[in-house]
Design a protein around this ligand. Structure first.
Ligand code: SF4
Length: 65
């Protein structure tokens, strides 16, 4: 799995951080998503799928390998 985020699309809602706090964070200044790791280990991937699914801005793109 490879994760790509679109910081221009992100609306700082924070759902991804709640779902996958080891993979996503938010900038202190404006809450825009920050990617902590772009190739998470298998045990984290189910939550990353959930984060991508629930993101209201569709700002998380997953490439599956
Ligand atoms: S869930 Fe989507 S819109 Fe919300 S902070 Fe994460 S990337 Fe941004």
């Amino acid at each position: 799995m490879k994760i790509t985020i679109d910081q221009d699309a992100c609306i700082a809602s924070g759902q991804c951080v709640l779902s996958s706090p080891k993979v996503f964070d938010q900038r202190d200044t404006d809450g825009i998503v920050v990617l902590l790791q772009d190739s998470p280990e298998a045990v984290l991937q189910e939550n990353v799928h959930e984060a991508a699914r629930i993101c209201p801005a569709q700002a998380i793109e997953l490439t599956l390998s």
